[in-house]
Write a protein that binds this ligand. Sequence first.
Ligand code: KG4
Ligand code: ZN
Length: 335
Amino acid sequence: MGTRITILGIETSCDETAASVVRDGREVLSDVISSQVELHAKFGGVVPEIASRKHVELINPIIQEAMDRACVAFDELDAVAVTNRPGLLGALLIGVSAAKSLSAALDIPLIGIHHLEGHIYANFLTRPSLQFPFLCLIVSGGHSDLVLAKDHGEYQMLGRTRDDAAGEAFDKSARVLGLGYPGGPIIDRLARDGNPEAVHFPRAKLDDTLDFSFSGLKTAVIRFYREKGREFRIEDLAASFQAAVVDMLVNTTMKAIERTGVQRLALAGGVAANSALQAKMRDECEARGIELSYPPPRLCTDNAAMIACAGYYNLVRGRTDGLDLETIASQPLTV
Ligand code: KG4
Ligand code: ZN
């Protein structure tokens, strides 16, 4: 291994085929993402069979493009990191097979990465100086978790959603409001011109825990829209819904900060790109003297740079996998 460590990251856990070359865990030499959003939009969500078929078509060209854009030759790679869990099995398998082939052909280490660990490490790409311990709010299409990151690879789950994930709440509510898929970015955009106090949607309060619940809010949006939806501007509904999600996420996160006493907070996952969430977290963290970090929008949503970055930190502490690396559909970050 050279003094500088160059890692190819591969991500195919859902509907993005992505490859990226990252040097020393921080220097993104290329970051290629091919989104299948348009293919799945007409179904209002990701269709697993379509996702797998598209990954098969795209995986080799996307990897090649990542290498070309980085101006790195295959024999200059020190390792290949790939998302192997959790995700759609058929989709994960495509990325993992490609990574295993490269690992065997180039005789370089293979590193299987937990998708949520990847999301956390997107923060190290923009802030390599981020210190442990920190609290991480991971909010994506499939997860809403509050995790205490104690050190590299050492995570403690403090809370999670009991029903829908935050991104799922955005996507399902957007569908009810007739806004298209994925709902998060559309609601975020519309809400900028809306009044967040136009409608007071319920905020679930789960007393003593650090868990989340979004299904009651989703039901309230559906009922409200059917009964009175047309009396309100869509921008006001979007802003009011978003304010409810943001309140729940921020309140529980601040409760976790108070309980743990940690001084740093990182946001991760697609919903971390939400402008209202970022703004409210900034205000609350500033008031408490908490150091806040979140990646730029492109690194919040699924990408392979975060996988290569997580791969780097795994590699330097000696954690690699064999060619028998498995794909796992469902696994919490802490097991
Ligand atoms: O992390 P991600 O790309 O994929 C998963 O691992 O699930 O997250 C996708 C989710 C979708 O539910 C999408 O609607 C949401 O992130 N999302 C947003 C925003 N951008 C993406 N939600 C709210 N505001 C956004 N700006
Ligand atoms: Zn994700």
